[in-house]
Design a protein around this ligand. Structure first.
Ligand SMILES: NC(=O)c1ccc[n+]([C@@H]2O[C@H](COP(=O)([O-])OP(=O)(O)OC[C@H]3O[C@@H](n4cnc5c(N)ncnc54)[C@H](O)[C@@H]3O)[C@@H](O)[C@H]2O)c1
Ligand SMILES: O=P(O)(O)OC[C@H]1O[C@H](O[C@H]2[C@H](O)[C@@H](O)[C@@H](O)O[C@@H]2CO)[C@H](O)[C@@H](O)[C@@H]1O
Ligand SMILES: [Mn+2]
Length: 449
C-alpha cells in the first residue's frame, strides 16, 4: 500500500489532537509516510505540534517524519493530501459575529445567518490563496476542506478553480447525526446507507437503509418522535448546547415529518425561538473558548510537561475519522459512500446545474461520483433556492466587492426578514471585519447584463 504524505493546514485547530488520534487509529488503512503541520499562528501550532510529536513517537513509530512550519513553500512541497481546517479571524471574530447578530435580535451563529455571512467573507480570501499556494507546489494533491462556512467556501472555490477536480469540501454533521441514528437502530454507523440531499448545513435524510438493503426510515422517525433524539458522538454527547440542538431536530421532525432534518435547519425554521434561547454575553464562541479550546490546550500542555501521552484520555472522534476515511477512499479507489459537497450538474435536476449541493457520492481515485437524487418536492426546492441565492450573492459580493450584493444576500436569508434590519447588521459587521473583508463599494449598478 503506497504511503501518503499529509499536510495539515490550520494545525493549531482545536480539532487537531482528535484528528491525530484518528490518524493513529486508521494507520493500517491510511498509512502515512510523513505529516507536516502548517499554520499562520506559531504559538497555537507549536502547542499541538509538540504534543503530537510525543504522541506519534509513542503510538506511530512507523511514521518516517513529522514536522511543523509557518512557511508555505516548506509545507506544501510534496503533498499527496492537504487537510484544511482554518478559522480566519479566530474564535474572537466568531464571538463578534454571534454577538453583533444577537444585538439586532437575529440568529447569532457560526455558519448560519449574518454570522455565517461574515465568516464566509473572511474565509474566501484565505482559502483561495491557500489553494493557489498548494497548487504551485503540489499540483496533484487532494485538498480536503473542512473550513466553514463550507457551503460558501465550496461555492467560492468552485468559481475560482472550476477545472480543479481535486478539491473536496466536506462536513461532519451528517455523519454525526448518523451516529445517533445508529444508536437508536442498534446498528454500526458505517453500516448505515443514507439517502440525503441539500446544501451544506441545509439538508434532509430521505431514507435510512442498512448494508443489506433493509429500510429503517419509518421506524427511525417513529422512535425519534416518541422517545427523543440525543447527540451520541463522544465529542458532543455531554454538551448541553448540542443536546438542545438534537432535541430541536426532533421537534422539526414532528413539524415536518416527511424527511429527517439536518440539525442546522433549526436556525432557518425557528429563527425567533433560537434568538430567545441565546445569552448574548455568552454565545457559543465563548463556550468553545472556555470548553473545547481550554480542554485541548490543557491536554497538550500536560503531554509536553510530562513528555508522554500515557494516562491521558485521548480518543478518536468522528470529525477526524470522517476526513481520513474519505481520504482513504480517494487514495485507494475504494468507492465508498460518503455525503459530500459536489457541483450539482443534474444530480438534482430541478436545481441549478452550478449549485454546490451536499449528496451521497462514491469516492473514487477520479473523485466523487454522486448518486442521482431526482427532482425534489416544492417545499425543499423553495427553501434551498432561497438559501442558494444567499450563498451565491455572498460570493458575488466578495468577488465584485459589492455592498449591494451583500444587502441582497442577507435579505434572502430566512434568519433576517426585515430589510431595514439587514442594512444595520451589515454596517456593524463591516466595522467589525475591517481587517478581513474586501472594501465593499456602494455603487447601485444593475446586475442585468
Ligand atoms: N466542515 C465541518 O463540518 C467542520 C467541523 C468542525 C470544524 N469545522 C471548521 O474547522 C475550522 C477550525 O475550527 P476550530 O474551532 O478548531 O478553529 P481554531 O481557531 O481553533 O483553529 C483554526 C486554526 O487555523 C489557523 N489559521 C487561521 N487562518 C489561517 C491561514 N490562512 N492559514 C493557516 N492557518 C490559519 C489559526 O491560527 C488556528 O490555529 C473552522 O473553520 C471550523 O468552522 C468544520
Ligand atoms: O459550536 P462548535 O464549535 O462546537 O461546533 C460547530 C461545528 O459543529 C458541527 O461539527 C460537530 C460535529 O458534528 C460533531 O460530530 C463533533 O465532531 O463536533 C463537531 C463540533 O462540535 C458542524 O458540522 C461544523 O461545521 C461546525 O463547525
Ligand atoms: Mn459542518
Amino acid at each position: 500500500m503506497r504511503k501518503q504524505r499529509l499536510v495539515v493546514v490550520g494545525s493549531g485547530s482545536t480539532y487537531t489532537m482528535g484528528m491525530m488520534m484518528s490518524l493513529i487509529a486508521e494507520k493500517e488503512r491510511f498509512p502515512l509516510k510523513d505529516v507536516i503541520f502548517y499554520d499562520i499562528d506559531e504559538q497555537r501550532q507549536e502547542r499541538n505540534a509538540r504534543a503530537t510529536e510525543i504522541l506519534f513517537k509513542e503510538r506511530y513509530p512507523e511514521l518516517e517524519s513529522f514536522s511543523y512550519t509557518t512557511e508555505k513553500e516548506a509545507a506544501f512541497k510534496q503533498a499527496d493530501f492537504v487537510f484544511v481546517q482554518i478559522r480566519t479571524g479566530g474564535l474572537a471574530m466568531r464571538e463578534q459575529d454571534e454577538q453583533i447578530s444577537l444585538k439586532h435580535r437575529v440568529v447569532g451563529q457560526e455558519t448560519c445567518g449574518p454570522g455565517g455571512m461574515a465568516y464566509g467573507l473572511r474565509s474566501i480570501g484565505d482559502m483561495v490563496e491557500l489553494v493557489n499556494d498548494v497548487r504551485r507546489c503540489s499540483p496533484e494533491a487532494w485538498i480536503l476542506n473542512y473550513t466553514n462556512p463550507a457551503a460558501i467556501v465550496a461555492e467560492a472555490l468552485n468559481r475560482e478553480f472550476p477545472n480543479d477536480n481535486r478539491i473536496l469540501n466536506i462536513c461532519d454533521m451528517p455523519i454525526a447525526i448518523m451516529i445517533s441514528y445508529a444508536k437508536i437502530l442498534g446498528l454500526d454507523v458505517w453500516d448505515i446507507v443514507p439517502e440525503y440531499f441539500g446544501l451544506n448545513h441545509f439538508g434532509w435524510f430521505t431514507k435510512i437503509f442498512d448494508k443489506e438493503g433493509n429500510d429503517h426510515t419509518e421506524r427511525l422517525k417513529r422512535l425519534i418522535m416518541e422517545t427523543g433524539f440525543t447527540p451520541e458522538d463522544e465529542a458532543i454527547a455531554n454538551d448541553l448546547s448540542w443536546q438542545k440542538t438534537f432535541e430541536q431536530a426532533r421537534q422539526m421532525l414532528i413539524d415536518f415529518p416527511e424527511f429527517l432534518p439536518n440539525t442546522y435547519l433549526q436556525y432557518y425554521l425557528y429563527p425567533e425561538a433560537m434568538v430567545e434561547k441565546e445569552d448574548p454575553n455568552r454565545t457559543r464562541a465563548r463556550q468553545v473558548i472556555e470548553g473545547r479550546q481550554k480542554h485541548v490546550h490543557d491536554l497538550c500542555d500536560r503531554i509536553i510537561e510530562k513528555e508522554t501521552a500515557e494516562g491521558e484520555d485521548l480518543h478518536v472522534d468522528i470529525h477526524g475519522v470522517f476526513m481520513i476515511k474519505a481520504a482513504e477512499s480517494l487514495a485507494y479507489n475504494l468507492n465508498e459512500r460518503f455525503i459530500v459537497m459536489v457541483e450539482n450538474n443534474g444530480v438534482i435536476p430541478n436545481l441549478p446545474a452550478e449549485a454546490m449541493v451536499e449528496v451521497p457520492a462514491l469516492l473514487t481515485s477520479q473523485g466523487p461520483k454522486p448518486f442521482s437524487i431526482g427532482k425534489i418536492p416544492t417545499f425543499y426546492k423553495g427553501l434551498i433556492e432561497g438559501q442558494l441565492a444567499y450563498e451565491q450573492l455572498v460570493v458575488d459580493a466578495y468577488f465584485e466587492e459589492s455592498y449591494q450584493k451583500l444587502i441582497q444576500a442577507l435579505t434572502v436569508n430566512r434568519t433576517v426578514v426585515n430589510a431595514s434590519k439587514v442594512k444595520e447588521i451589515v454596517d456593524d459587521l463591516i466595522i467589525a471585519n475591517e481587517k478581513y473583508w474586501p472594501e465593499l463599494k456602494k455603487n447601485t449598478d444593475s446586475s442585468f447584463k
